[in-house]
Design a protein around this ligand. Structure first.
Ligand code: XMP
Length: 430
């Protein structure tokens, strides 16, 4: 192993991630694990230099205090306990060791080296993946999103042709998105990639479905069915790669933290399709995942792309999806992205996209009355997607985008700008 490791055991603290990042800021890799980890599991890491028992406000569960396995104390590793649950005057800062104590523990007692960087992280993960997978095969649903792309690149580096990527084009992708996945992964990284064009199938299922929740359910459910069908065709696969990252684990709830929301990447596969999971990014934060992708040689656009919902353009083609409106969303979105990039706004604005409602308005084209769709532009900034404010886009830029949309996108005669913050509006419309 290239990197030393400080293990944080979660004994009910809400500050595990803050502590992990504090240690990583010192240049030492740290991972967060459940309190009931066994000595054997810890030993398997080979590079543990010390353990931090991180207690806190959730330490007492059902009247019982959460404890680690006593065997951990006889491993001969330095252990520090960070726990102030009894302290009445507890403040947030008290929960964490101050930087000097932390440095003394990490470098003084544990004698850890500051050797955490993406190159070493990747080398360690490659070693771990090879050890886990052996000569078996791994299946991966490659959406083209940041997390699945980075996992794919990591697995290709580790096991090459033993990885089978399946890219399902649900027909709700942005312009050229599926093509770019095929170009990068099949042509450039020589991945074993199965490309499934399921556009007609998805659009067929979505016909006349106007309810947003129903649309989302159909898209999610159909995705699992298509993926399952492909998985059944491929024989002899034992592992499933997943782009789980640390925030996903927090959102799904740790053993002591309350569940925020259930999270599934490719959840919902039937019982008889049992895979062991390979999740090499599950200890990384989003910015670290991007850095990892850059180190693995993925294109900048793929690694730094803005968030894109799983149901894709399906939730931006409002109401019952029709092909003409879907095309209007896709083309207007491509124009918006192109013009934002030209104006340098792609690096400044958190998320920007277009939406096409399911009603028409009156207009004039070539001296004749037309009855056509409208495009709504939305551009927002946020830190955590829980609240958002609109980007005050320069009037000239907006006018240029409007003119291009009106000239180049069929069936559109009107462009509007959404001025609503979140709350009360959400970022997406559906
Ligand atoms: P809302 O509309 O809830 O969106 O304000 C917050 C953020 O989440 C994204 N979003 C999704 N992301 N799957 C995803 O992976 C989804 O189903 C989904 N729906 C919304 C949205 O684009 C915004 O960034």
């Amino acid at each position: 192993m290239k990197q030393d490791l400080i293990v944080i055991l979660d004994l009910g603290s809400t500050e595990n991630t803050v502590l992990a990042r504090q240690i990583r800021d010192l240049g030492v890799y740290s991972e967060i694990h459940p309190h009931d980890i066994t000595a054997e599991e810890l030993d398997a890491f080979k590079n543990v230099k010390g353990i931090i028992l991180n207690g806190g406000e959730n330490r007492v569960v059902d009247g019982q205090s959460v404890e680690v396995r006593p065997e951990l104390y006889s491993l001969g590793l330095p252990i520090i306990s960070v726990d102030y649950p009894q302290s009445k005057c507890m403040t947030k800062l008290d929960c964490l060791p101050d930087e000097e104590t932390l440095k003394q523990f990490v470098f003084g007692e544990c004698k850890a080296e500051a050797n955490w960087n993406m190159k070493n992280f990747i080398e360690d993960q490659v070693e771990l993946i090879r050890k886990q997978v052996g000569d078996k095969k791994v299946l991966l649903a490659l959406s083209g999103g940041v997390d699945s792309s980075v996992v794919a690149a990591m697995l290709i580096k580790a096991i090459g042709q033993q990885l089978v990527c399946v890219h399902v084009n649900h027909g709700l992708m942005r312009k050229n998105e599926s093509e770019s996945v095929v170009k990068v992964f099949r042509d450039e990284l020589h991945a074993n990639l199965v490309y499934v064009d399921a556009s007609d199938r998805f659009l067929g299922k979505l016909e006349n479905v106007a309810d947003p929740e129903q649309k989302r359910k159909i898209i999610g459910g159909e995705f699992i069915r298509v993926f399952e069908e492909e998985a059944r065709k491929l024989k002899g696969i034992d592992f499933l790669g997943q782009g789980t990252i640390y925030p996903d684990i927090i959102e799904s709830g740790t053993k002591t933290a309350k569940m925020v929301k259930s999270h599934h990447n490719v959840g919902g596969l039937p019982e008889d399709l049992k895979f062991e999971l390979v999740e090499p990014l599950k200890q990384l934060f989003k910015d670290e995942v991007r850095a990892c992708g850059v180190e693995l040689g993925l294109p900048h656009d793929m690694v730094y792309r803005q968030p894109f919902p799983g149901p894709g353009l399906g939730v931006r083609c409002l109401g019952a999806i029709t092909r003409d409106r879907l095309e209007a969303v896709r083309e207007s979105d491509a124009i918006l992205r192109e013009e934002f990039a030209k104006a340098g706004l792609d690096k400044k604005v958190w998320q920007y996209f277009t939406v096409v409602p399911d009603f028409k308005s009156v207009g004039m084209k070539h001296n004749a009355r037309v009855f056509e769709y409208m495009v709504i532009i939305r551009a927002i900034n946020t830190i955590d997607a829980m609240t958002a404010s609109i980007e005050k886009v320069d009037w000239d830029v907006l006018e240029r985008i409007t003119n291009r949309i009106l000239a180049e996108v069929e069936n559109v005669n009107r462009v509007c700008y959404d001025m609503s913050p979140k709350p009360p509006a959400t970022i997406e419309f559906e």
